[in-house]
Design a protein around this ligand. Structure first.
Ligand code: PEP
Length: 255
């Protein structure tokens, strides 16, 4: 039985005091649910260390993740943060291939594969994001696009390494738009992804793989989405910035 993972992606939001207040509240209000679900917060990089220390001091299992890492190991790469550095401050998960990074930072498949490799080399868990555009969905090309985003990228990994990865299905047309995939659309795609994984890596790895849904998940639609058999949690942007909404989503997953 897969434990659900609820991951809040704060993106480039919140001043330091707001971020620490929200994180402290998440730590305290998530306590009753942490045995049933995993909870992760992906704050902006400069807050990660303090969030990790706060969780540790409060003996909380809330995970601290990073929104990005470098494809390089280290050296003369101004402004970059390596997977090794993330690990050294307690970060355990890292998003790779979020559609905003693919679009605004022109991150292509080769770079994404390198980031996944850097993370796995130091024992961090990549949360690999994939998702089709509205045009692809309207042309009924979504499965082709997702197959393409996975095949020859993370599907290059051997079975042992792949078994550490989390996949997040995030239809681009649903991110930050208020337009959510229906529970049926999410389930269909998650089932399709699990099927691809099964044909590549076998049933056991496919059954253990966590596939998160992301795209305008909120307190009103979370229960239905999270109730689908192949939806193993959520990657939540906007609603993770609001304490009540995020905790309601966690509650829905813990039921
Ligand atoms: C995201 O950025 O990964 C995301 C799903 O955002 P939102 O929940 O705001 O659509």
């Amino acid at each position: 039985m897969r434990k659900k993972l609820l991951a809040g992606n704060w993106k480039m939001n919140l001043a330091w005091n707001e971020a620490m207040t929200l994180f402290a509240n998440i730590v305290s209000e998530s306590k009753p649910y942490l045995d049933k679900v995993d909870i992760a917060v992906f704050p902006p990089s400069i807050y990660q260390r303090q969030c990790f220390e706060f969780a540790k001091q409060n003996k909380s299992a809330v995970i601290v993740g990073a929104q990005d890492c470098s494809a390089q190991n280290g050296g003369a790469f101004t402004g970059e943060v390596s997977a090794q550095m993330l690990r050294s401050i307690g970060v355990s998960h890292c998003l790779v291939g979020h559609s905003e990074r693919r679009e605004y930072h022109h991150e292509g498949s080769r770079m994404l594969s390198e980031k996944v490799e850097r993370l796995l080399e130091v024992g961090l868990i990549p949360v690999f994001c994939c998702g089709e555009s509205l045009q692809d969905r309207d042309n009924d090309n979504q499965t082709f696009v997702i197959d393409n985003q996975l095949d020859g990228r993370i599907f290059e990994l051997n079975a042992e390494l792949f078994s550490k990865v989390v996949i997040a299905y995030e239809p681009v047309w649903a991110i930050g738009t208020g337009r959510t995939a229906t529970a049926e659309q999410a389930q269909d795609m998650h089932e399709f992804i699990r099927g691809l994984v099964q044909s590549k890596y076998g049933a056991e790895i496919a059954q253990n793989l966590r596939i998160l849904y992301g795209g305008s998940m909120n307190e009103s639609n979370a229960a239905e989405l999270l109730n689908q058999p192949d939806v193993d949690g959520g990657l939540i942007g906007g609603a993770s910035l609001k304490l009540d909404a995020f905790i309601s989503i966690i509650k829905a997953a813990a039921l």
